[in-house]
Design a protein around this ligand. Sequence first.
Ligand code: NAD
Length: 482
Amino acid sequence: MHTPDYPSLALHVAGRWITQASGGQRPVINPADESVLAELPLAGAAELAAAAESAQRGFASWRRTSALERFTLIRRATDLLRERAPAIARVLTLEQGKPLAEALREVTLSADIIDFQAEEAKRLYGRTVPPRVPGLLSQTVLRQPVGPVAAFTPWNFPMNLPARKLGSALAAGCSVVLKPAEETPATAMALVQCFLDAGLPPDVLNLVCGEPSEVSSFLIGHDAIRKVSFTGSVAVGRHLGELCARGVKRYTPELGGHAPVIVCADADLDFAVKASVTAKYRNAGQICASPIRFYVHASLLAAFSERFAAAARALRLGPGLDAATQMGPLTHARRVVEMQTLVDDALDHGARRLCGGQRAERPGWFFEPTLIADVPAGCRLATTEPFGPIATIAGFDTLDEAIALANDSCYGLGAYAFTAHLHTAHRLSEEIEAGMVGINHFGISQPEMPFGGWKDSGHGQEMGAEGLLAYTDLKTVYVGTP
Ligand code: NAD
């Protein structure tokens, strides 16, 4: 059984690809038609130990390479990634479901993200500090790679999220054990292959899949691992944080969000609706910074709701490989069940369905683009990240009220607003409690800019200059005269 364009699956452990492992195997499913794409080998304790030890060996040599050597090698890898992007994008769409054009953009943007980090590693400056004690020649602050990294990435951006972690870790001089999501392993395999083909010493980069909780507890508990990076849900992020605390390991959690969108009375309505619908249903809403809670000024609420619902209803659902598709399926079956549960609970509590609200009648894990109005505070949709194609909408009268509504969440990842007034934009950017704020713009994830959340959405950043620093430790050096 084998799907054309989809590779056989393997783990990269201790310098070689292995197609059988002691944890058994599981199928990888095409979410657009629920067919089996391939069988994925699963690592057990033997392969996990081998991967961690390999990363330790890899770190011993990689940390000694110069930033320029690392940069040159990483640039070769991203050249390969760009060359292979069309084929990799097909693999990504087959296992994840998003439209092919979105998959292709994800792959090429990932190359840009990695390049930025490799460039930035050439500027990983330390500093010298004037000594206060006689006889001290110099006091220097150095940044050194933190050590072997365990990186855990989810299935919604199977290339972009591994790229964020690998790009920074490898550029900083760290080795990595990557555990991509078991739902979408082939895209991560393709990225690892680019690095290997570019000449990366094989021990520097291991890739394992398995039972997620067993893999994470094994790797985080292993002495070789010095740093952990995780993207996923708050519940898992909190659990991994506890495991890291036991071993006093550095940890960067990038968790969920429940992004508000404030549409002010002075907003350009056509522009706001068009941008909002595109951003909401991109990747079928499976984005941590996806807009979710729309708060619209009372004067625009009826028109905004009507136009938003009409545009959402008009979106063409289908397999990502079909060029006409605007929204693909959800990546796994449990997300469809979760969407229905959230919608039904909201409607039972008195909310109103403006469009969508149920599984689409076709094969595959499709859920209709959905807009729900007047969601009462007590129901799950008011506070739970849907991580799917559901938006909520409510009105407001004053900006104070809108800001209070937006901030009334345990999350603080992305937040958005539409306004034509500069002073309103300033006020919102000051007062919104979120790591990233987009005003008249949903593009808050750019390679040059740090990306990270406040509150339960996590701490630390990926990308930008800060993304690289997260993979370094400080060392102070004092040199005296004998
Ligand atoms: P989940 O939390 O079970 O899984 C999310 C990811 O974490 C998956 O890739 C999974 O393999 C991994 N994971 C799960 N348990 C783990 C463990 N103990 N150790 C290591 N990795 C583990 O949730 P799900 O049903 O797959 O996804 C839905 C939820 O995940 C959403 O509600 C959303 O909040 C969150 N999510 C967030 C992001 C993000 O970018 N922040 C991405 C994907 C999923």
